[in-house]
Design a protein around this ligand. Sequence first.
Ligand SMILES: *Cc1c(COP(=O)(O)O)cnc(C)c1O
Length: 227
Amino acid sequence: MTVLAKNIQVIGDCLRQFEQRYNRPPNSVQLLAVSKKQSIEKIRQANAAGLVDFGENYLQEALHKIENLQKLGLCWHFIGPVQTNKTRAIAEHFQWVHSVDRGKIAKRLSQQRAGNSSALNVCVQVNLANEESKSGTTLQQTRELCDYIAQLPNLRLRGLMAIPEAVQNLDSQRASFKLLSLEFDRLKVLFPTMDTLSMGMSNDFEAAIAEGSTLVRIGTALFGSRV
Ligand SMILES: *Cc1c(COP(=O)(O)O)cnc(C)c1O
C-alpha cells in the first residue's frame, strides 16, 4: 500500500470517527482532496484509491492537470481567489467554485457557463474575521450575495465556505466555525439549493465537523507537504 493510499484510509477513518463523536449522521462529511502543487501522478494514485473530488487554487496548474486527467472523469473544485480575467476558464473547466466573494465574479461565471449542460455549483466565501489578507465577503453581506447568485441562470448556489484564522486550540477553532455554521442554518431556510458547508482543512477539520461541516478540504494530511 502506498503512503498516499494509507493516508486516504486514515483520513477517511477520522471523518467517520468525528461524525460519531459529534453526533453527525454517518457519511455526512465529504472529503475534498486539495491537490494544488501536487503531481499528476499523485492525483492518479488518489483516484485509484477511490477519490473523485479534487480542489485546486492556481488556474494554469489546474488546467494542465484537468486536461491530462480528462479520461478519469474527476470532479474539479476551484478553491482559490477568483480574478476577473480567470472566470471564463473556471466556468468552462470546473464543476465547483468555493470562493465566490462578489457579485461581479458571480455574474461573469454565470454568463460564461452558458452553453454548458449543467449549472456551475458555487459556494460563497466568507471572511469571518475580516482579515485583510483573505478573500471573502463579510458575514453581514453574505445574504445579499446569496440573493444575487440565486437568480443567476447558470449557477447553482450550494453553500458557504470559509478559511478561519489559523489557531491550534480546538475550542477557538470551533468558535470561528460556529459563526459560519449559524449563518448557513439561517440561509438554508431561504435558499433550498444550499446543502454544502465547506469548512475544515488538515489542521482544523475535527473542529469543523463538530460545528456541522459537510465538506472538508484536505491537502497536506493526504498528500504530504507541497513542493
Ligand atoms: C490549500 C488549501 C486547503 C488545504 O490546506 P491543507 O492545510 O493542506 O489541508 C484547503 N482550502 C483552501 C481554500 C486552500 O487554499
